[in-house]
Design a binder for this molecule. Structure first.
Ligand SMILES: [Zn+2]
Length: 364
């Protein structure tokens, strides 16, 4: 996930030095007392500079695809070298069933006006959510208020980019819906081990395709970093995005933000069933969006992190991808690797696609 936090900058980072270090006018040689004072000032400035340099390094922007700022370098940033980091590979057969992981209660997920802006933040596409969207239940200790959702992706459908993996499988994309504990702002939430609740959804390729011209047109408006569309008028609810996903089947573990500062403050819920989207829609993001260096925004995901001593729990009584034929929640993987029980979601998919296209027709 992306934190949505502004990048930290050291205090006074933009300030110039108070005095030029250049040549001083010739004058009488300073006396011993003046020299001592100057030496002390020099030492003080050097100490301040040494203190300042690590701060500058923390403030340095991070990235996904450059050796100088990519995920392998994040260990110097915030908590990215912690022991409860995300994402992880979820081994479904090792996940422990937990009866307290019941159904979620979703508020505002059916609101077609909840998406108030769409931003290319240079790392992902982030959709800001308005007030009144929240979740509870699902084994969460509190109510959690939704702030935004965003995506992670690879290069195209054949070069996947989900952050979490399921039994070693990386999906083409992943959706993260980010919530903070009710009454707690995001900054405070990042210092609470249960301050943030993220719902993660794998996105897989649907066995149908559509013309993605409409989506490409809207993405063109945010192709460059920091470009934003306010009040996009999408008229799509979050529920529409999640059509066809069995929201009672999920995995649960304690983890972190997947972007710096990687604070270990996230209760992760990763749903077993993927959202299905046409390949043309999946390809549209990496083909259209640019990062801060105006380079295509591709492979925007952090690799899996060590599980360490954590235990992944699940709401699924039989966590294996295949279950008995009498189970109402049984799923069978087709030869293409797609879940045969997900085919009915195509109606939701069609609704989503039509909603996007219709909204774009009105926009353009
Ligand atoms: Zn994310």
């Amino acid at each position: 996930m992306t934190s949505g936090l502004p990048h930290p900058h050291p205090p006074g980072a933009g300030m110039k030095a108070s005095g030029p270090p250049g040549k001083q006018p010739l004058a009488e040689p300073p006396g011993p007392k003046v020299r001592t004072t100057r030496v002390k000032m020099s030492l003080l400035l050097r100490c301040l500079l040494l203190l300042w340099l690590p701060a500058l390094q923390v403030s340095a922007d991070w990235c996904y695809n450059n050796a100088t700022c990519g995920p392998s370098t994040w260990v110097t940033l915030g908590m990215c070298n912690g022991t409860k980091q995300s994402p992880i590979n979820i081994n479904s057969s090792a996940a422990v069933y937990n009866a307290s992981l019941g159904a979620f209660s979703f508020t505002g997920y059916d609101n077609v006006s909840s998406m108030v802006s769409i931003t290319n933040n240079g790392h992902s596409v982030e959709v800001e959510l308005g007030e009144g969207v929240s979740i509870s239940g699902g084994g969460l200790p509190d109510n959690y208020v939704a702030l935004q959702f965003h995506f992670h992706w690879g290069n195209n459908v054949t070069n996947p980019g989900s952050e979490h993996r399921l039994d070693g499988m990386q999906f083409p994309m992943e959706l993260h819906i980010v919530h903070t504990r009710k009454g707690v702002n995001l900054t405070t939430a990042t210092s609470d081990p249960q301050g943030i609740a993220v719902l993660g959804f794998f996105i897989n390729v649907a066995p149908v395709n559509v013309d993605s011209t409409g989506l490409s047109n809207i993405l063109k408006n945010i192709s460059t970093t920091n470009s934003k569309i306010s009040n996009p008028g999408l008229h799509i609810s979050i529920n529409t995005l999640l059509s066809g996903v069995d929201l009672t089947q999920y995995f649960r573990y304690s983890g972190s933000l997947t972007t710096p500062n990687c604070s270990e403050s996230v209760i992760w819920t990763v749903f077993k069933n993927p959202i299905l989207l046409p390949s043309s829609l999946i390809n549209a993001l990496p083909a259209t969006l640019l990062n801060a260096q105006n380079v295509p925004l591709v492979n925007v995901f952090r690799p899996p992190q060590p599980l360490n001593s954590r235990q992944v729990m699940t709401s699924v009584k039989t966590a294996s991808t295949t279950t008995g034929p009498t189970s109402s929640s049984s799923t069978t993987k087709s030869s293409s690797g797609q879940d045969a029980t997900r085919l009915p979601s195509l109606s939701g998919l069609t609704a989503l696609t039509l909603a996007v296209l219709v909204s774009l027709l009105f926009r353009n």
